[in-house]
Ligand binder design. Sequence first.
Ligand code: NZQ
Ligand code: ZN
Length: 391
Amino acid sequence: MNNFTFYAPTMFAFGQGEASRVGALVRQFGGSKVLLVAGGGSVKKNGAYDAVAASLKEAGFPWCELWGVQANPRSGKVYEGIDLARTEGVDFLLAIGGGSVIDTAKAIGMGIPYDGDFWDLFTGTAKIERTLPVGTVLTISAAGSEGSDSCVITQEDGNLKWGCPKTDLIRPKFSVLDPTYTYSLPDYQLACGAVDMLAHLCERYFTNTPDVALTDRLCEAVMKTIVDAAPKALADHSDYASHADLMWAGMLAHNNSCGIGRDQDWASHQIEHELSAFYDCAHGAGLAVVMPAWMEYVCGHDVMRFARFAVNVFGCEMDFAHPERTAQAGIRRLRDFFRTLGMPATLEEVGGRAEDIPAMVAHRCEKPNGFPFGGFVKIQVVDMEAILRRC
Ligand code: NZQ
Ligand code: ZN
């Protein structure tokens, strides 16, 4: 196990009805005027907005609102939010929604105290030193941004989907996780969320670091829980137990409890970000296409780890004479699982075209630290092209 520092100070209020505590939580974390950040309006239908508004009103907090954050959130909304927050004298950001809304709030939070263009903080031209506090009320189990130290925005100028340098400064101060808000999710979004969570665990699970038995088992337990819970949640959109498991699994998958002390991979995410940038597909849908293709491509690097994944997550039988067969069976099971969730399996199914592959690779080259990437297997230009051709 590698040395590590783990500081994840987000407070979680989990369970039905917990949004009534939002006003008190804002007060606890020093807010006095709130900018509420939201997406296209789903939070008005599932009760999250009403609960938050009632709680802020009861606590006596003034607030203003920024609506219209799109999935795969864009820089334009961040600039708009920074201007609005400065004009209104806001000192606390409250995101109601999913990863896109939360990441927009995080980016606004880092942009407000910075004099230049907030994008400098993403490219590393400037260092993230101060941020405004962010609270979240989560409505989709997926990205894990409610507990994470990361934030992903697409810079419209250049169509660059990029994560800022990871920093504990942007972890939310609090997150309200009420599983009943996820009942209103369309099947497709629920499934995309399950894929993203599994991917967050795979990105950590496939490592070259030896002696990481505890985090190996934590990853397997959370992955197995997602594999069990997602079909139940899809079958019954008001089943509290499965929605609750998914909601906490999404947080555990990405606040790094399962990834500390081990080198991590993240190649599938890097490749998926090109799919999202080119075709504006849902992040989880892109991962459903990329992740199995990446696995097939790199499986030979550590067949025993893939075989272990097959046995411990998907219950495949171990073939000791031919572990590569077990490894391949596990990858097939993952593909089948994504299929049963109704996820796309090919580049074409997310609106992609094989002709675009060289352009996607070239686009990746333009990013800071473009190549190589990936902690398990170093992905060079030829590898990214080969993985995309398998998609
Ligand atoms: O616009 P609204 O009305 O909010 O609708 C959203 C959106 O259309 C809808 N939705 C959310 N909750 C709902 C609901 N619809 C009905 N009922 C509900 N309860 O779902 C759609 C997708 O929302 P989005 O916020 O985009 O989903 P997700 O949480 O999957 O976030 C994806 C974004 O997060 C980034 C991804 O790249 C992507 O941009 N990620 C952020 C990470 C982080 N900050 O730690 C890590 C991840 O790896 C990921 O990259
Ligand atoms: Zn992700």
